[in-house]
Design a protein around this ligand. Sequence first.
Ligand code: FAD
Ligand code: MG
Length: 349
Amino acid sequence: MKRNRKKYSKPCTAVLAAATAFVFTGCGSYGIQAYQSTDIAMGTVVTQTIYAAGGEEQGEGITGDILRLLRNLEQEKLSWRISMSELAQINESAGQEAGHGLSEDMEEYLAEILAAARVSGGAFDPTLGKVTKLWNIDGWTVGGQGEIPPAKEIQALLEHTGYEKVNIRDHRIYMEADTSLDLGAAGKGIASDEIKAFLEEESKVSGAVISVGGSILTYGQKPDGTPWQIGITDPQNPGSSLGKLSLEGSWCVSTSGDYERYVEIDGIRYHHILDPSTGYPADSGIRGVTILSKSGILSDILSTACFVAGKEKALELAELYEAELLLVTEGGEIVMTEGMKACFTPYTS
Ligand code: FAD
Ligand code: MG
């Protein structure tokens, strides 16, 4: 029997106006106007460009609604840092015989996440919570200082990781003691899916491009009918782009790279994407992976999974999930699936 889908609090605009850097960018055709905003949510920068009919107030209302949706998703569901969130409560229940009841949407997210963990042979691992905490990844500032945790502590925590430590039965989750979920590698993709569902109900929006950190959603059309242009960061030189994707309609694009979050220790770079088999930053010969998919959660999961799995397995995973992939190796080689090649234009400087 289908249960009632638990909804997040209704997006409300009033709270957001103060936090939103709002830009009204003028008129397009048929009364459609572009609205832009830049904010912070989910520990990252959120930029929105919305094409909608109506006045400035209308655009401000929609970008505000989307920001509210993101913050509710973070606070009510996905943050492992906020004690009242569903994820924090799931973590709290680890080792308890009764497990923890799941909302319908969390059950759907976890089904996708655990399946990908299995299919990727554990390269994607949502149970690294205690290991990412030990590395203090949240405390890192790009290029700043950090400490390598003692090898014994990493080893001890790895005893409690792995998708097989998590079971879902009759809408309840059961986790072994000391197992802890971290959905940092899937949450922004989930956000893209939830924003898309919101926009599909928001008839005034004809097109949008919304970036939540490394996950980007394109939606609908631009007023002038030209494709969306998404730049792909050059991992060797993160200030510039390797090229651009030209996309028609609604897509999710997620990128995982070793330049996003890292610390330097004794001249060596330690980045935030861990190899679950070692507990140390993945060393698969890849510097960045971009995935193009209709699904936000899959694009986010796969960008991380492919980064850890290495080139050959990454291509297999992309094929299996019917996603398009672009990866950059340590040597600077760019590897793409055929579908990615069809929409990628390199910048040749
Ligand atoms: P991705 O490759 O998508 O994800 C990497 C992250 O996933 C790592 O940081 C780690 O947490 C986890 N991970 C590492 N290796 C693996 C693996 N093999 N398999 C699965 N997962 C792995 N950051 C803050 O500093 N403060 C915050 O308050 C904060 N709140 C957040 C709230 C939410 C709901 C989410 C989703 C993220 C939050 N973040 C926060 C995290 C921040 O946005 C991260 O930088 C981001 O999640 C990493 O994303 P990415 O796209 O760079 O890399
Ligand atoms: Mg990811």
